[in-house]
Design a protein around this ligand. Structure first.
Ligand code: GAP
Length: 428
């Protein structure tokens, strides 16, 4: 089994990620998140929101509709420019992205080097939907990026809040792309979630470049602070010939995935592309100066983050598989066990500790099998701390707490348990 197969298998077996609508054979490019995957994604989004909105005084949030008036996409240039080059194998008619040489080579190998390809044709990635109950129905689109919802509400946010340039609007939500070659688990999906900041600045070359560089560093640091190994990340500038239609310049934060260096997040200088296309301007409330702000964008994928956090935290050690997820991202922060499941007083004491902790900390309960097996199961899903209630607990009201990464054990009194975990979480 290669590394991706191992992760895919763990993700399904333990309830992180399932193939979408699997009982009907699945649907290419769509995935469902199980109980643990849902927690992981929620934790990623919460940490992102904390860092981009709550810890700053120059950013506000937004939650725009997924389907918008189709004119938005005409103006934003997506109906024309949001396309990938598509080629077709003349032998078996399989379609691939022309800018994916690895997939092309793999396909050629399948045909023993005999493949030949049609000329590349641009294929638009927007997903069409049809609305209403009279014919002809209104043709609209599922948003190809969550971003346009921010721009069409630019004036609303300026008028209804106290923001002043420079300021940002943050948003998290689903986006949809009719990808030609979805693959590598959730890496390239047709439905995915983005977490984005659109930061509006004065139209000034030097100043906007400085802000662009600051956001690059800030975003890289966010991943590293949450546990991604620095040696597995790098910046990759977009060369001028491959810039997306709205960008003046752009850099990707890339991750060293088992399938090669791959885009994690895009940092884009969008200039005045979007606001000018939507004919929107900004009036400085102090100077009355009117201008079109420029936009620096940080655009991350929640699903890619979840996938890369899983890949980066996966370790096979002597006797165990362990996900060393950052405690802030781990689905369960702690698991509570009675040493023996057939001793009523142990089970009752453990249950009461579990209930007490669960009021503020998301905990797992496990009373199956023996302690060793329970540790293995919690290691494999990434639970940072395991708490065991034993016979001594009934006498001294203290428990054993075992650390996932070091496997070292501490004895902690029950009344200090919550503070002990909270303290570890804050300092992790
Ligand atoms: N608003 C700018 C924008 O959408 P992008 O580089 O096309 O920029 C940003 O996308 C991020 O969204 C990517 O870095 C990636 O994390 C995520 N993303 C894009 N396409 C994706 C797909 N097909 N599947 C999963 N995530 C995707």
């Amino acid at each position: 089994m290669d590394f991706m197969e191992k992760i895919t298998s763990l993700a399904k077996r333990r309830g992180y990620i399932y193939p979408g609508s699997e009982i009907y054979g699945g649907l290419t490019g769509f995935w469902d998140y199980g109980p643990l995957g849902t927690e992981l994604k929620n934790n990623i989004k919460r940490e992102w929101w904390k860092s981009m909105v709550y810890n700053r005084d120059d950013v506000v949030g937004l939650d725009a509709a997924i389907i918008m008036n189709p004119t938005v996409w005409e103006r934003s240039g997506h109906l024309k420019g949001f396309a990938d080059p598509l080629i077709e194998c003349k032998i078996c008619h399989k379609r691939l992205k022309a800018d994916d040489p690895e997939l092309m080579q793999a396909h050629e190998a399948e045909h023993k080097g005999k493949s030949s390809w049609t000329e590349p044709k641009m294929f638009n990635l927007m997903t069409e939907v049809y609305l209403g109950n009279t014919e002809p129905k209104l043709k609209a689109y599922l948003r190809g990026e969550i971003t346009q919802g921010v721009f069409v509400n630019f004036q609303n946010v300026v008028n209804s809040s106290r923001v002043k340039v420079p300021f940002g609007i943050a948003q998290i939500g689903k986006a949809f792309r009719n990808e030609i070659t979805p693959g590598n688990l959730t890496f390239r999906s047709r439905e995915f979630e983005q977490m984005e900041l659109e930061f509006f600045v004065k139209p000034d070359e030097a100043e906007s470049k400085k802000i662009f560089e600051t956001f690059k560093e800030l975003r890289l640091k966010w991943y590293v602070d949450l546990g991604i190994k620095p040696e597995n990340m790098r910046f990759q500038d977009h060369d001028k010939d491959h810039l997306v239609h709205y960008a003046r310049y752009a850099t990707d934060i890339q991750y060293k995935a088992p399938f090669g260096w791959s885009e994690f997040e895009g940092i884009h200088h969008r200039g005045d592309w979007d606001l000018s296309r939507h004919k929107l301007t900004y009036k400085d409330p102090e100077t009355n100066e009117e201008y079109i702000p420029w936009v620096i964008e940080t655009s991350g994928g929640v699903d890619r983050a979840a996938l890369f956090f899983l890949l980066d935290s996966y370790y096979v050690e002597e006797k165990r598989v362990v996900l060393k997820l950052h405690p802030k991202l781990a689905p369960y922060k702690a698991a509570v066990f009675p040493l023996l499941s057939n001793k009523e007083d142990l089970v009752n004491k453990a249950k009461s500790i579990y209930k007490q902790l669960s009021a503020n900390i998301y905990c797992a309960w496990d009373s199956r099998g023996n302690i060793g097996k329970r540790y293995l199961a919690q290691d494999e899903i990434g639970t940072p701390w395991c708490i065991t209630v034993d016979f001594q607990t009934l006498e001294d009201d203290a428990v054993t707490i075992r650390d996932r990464d070091t496997t070292k054990q501490d004895r902690v009194s029950v009344d200090k348990l919550e503070a002990y975990i909270e303290n570890k979480l804050i300092n992790s």
